[in-house]
Design a protein around this ligand. Structure first.
Ligand code: E4P
Length: 218
């Protein structure tokens, strides 16, 4: 089971990596836009790759196969740990097959159904990213999608890794891992929520208050 951080914020990535909490990073154009300003996105991807020893998903922004393959090839040249993210469209699936045949790992993103996940695996995806929270947002059952994909991939020995995405709270994380997702990618806020527990805070406050009464240094 792996945990990725879903952000392009270098400070958050470095801090989580320093504690050994994360195995990789996912980004998307919206997350990049939050931090990029007038910087070259390629520089940002390189900095992220240097901050974490694991896969870093960097997404294409083209919508036609040829340009996706060109962007994906340039993204992959930034660092050996780049996984190129392509959208789950017909052009995206063809680009996935082409990039995968060049030994570039591909993360097929914006997956909202089991048949889409099946086709991404057929196209050679290294990762499939089902978006749990966005399905829940429209009153569908995001977690059920993870279950279906797990069953289908296991039934037919498909090696594409299920990367549970669009996770909005700790229960999403725990449930998707219980369902057999290979990876959960979390926004920093969800990672912080996983760490915190009110009983930990109360217990720590009581320990420190008792120590204070002793009036000693350690
Ligand atoms: C994953 O790769 C996506 O970047 C992300 O999980 C999308 O999450 P959102 O639906 O909260 O934007």
């Amino acid at each position: 089971m792996k945990i990725f951080l879903d952000t392009a914020n270098l400070g958050e990535i470095r801090r989580a990596a320093a504690a050994g909490l994360i195995d990789g990073v996912t980004t998307n154009p919206s997350l990049l836009a939050k931090v990029a300003g007038d910087r070259d996105p390629m520089e940002i991807f390189l900095e992220i790759c240097e901050a974490i020893d694991g896969p870093v998903s960097a997404e294409v922004v083209a919508v036609d196969t040829e340009t996706m393959v060109d962007e994906g090839t340039r993204l992959a040249a930034v660092h050996p740990n780049i996984a190129v993210k392509v959208p789950l469209t017909e052009d995206g699936l063809v680009a996935c097959r082409e990039l995968s045949s060049r030994d570039i790992p591909v993360n097929v993103t914006l997956c909202f159904s089991a048949p889409q996940a099946l086709l991404a695996a057929k196209a050679g995806a290294a990762y499939i990213s089902p978006f749990i929270g966005r399905l829940d947002d429209i009153s569908h059952d995001g977690m059920e999608l993870i279950r279906q994909i797990r069953v289908i991939y296991d039934n037919y020995g498909m090696r594409t890794e299920i990367l549970a995405a669009s996770l909005r709270h700790p229960r999403h994380v725990v449930e998707s891992l219980e369902m057999g997702a290979d990876v959960a990618t979390l926004p920093p806020g969800v990672l912080h929520k996983l760490i915190r527990h009110p009983l930990t805070d109360l217990g720590l406050a009581a320990f420190l208050a008792d120590w204070e009464k002793l009036g000693r240094d350690l």
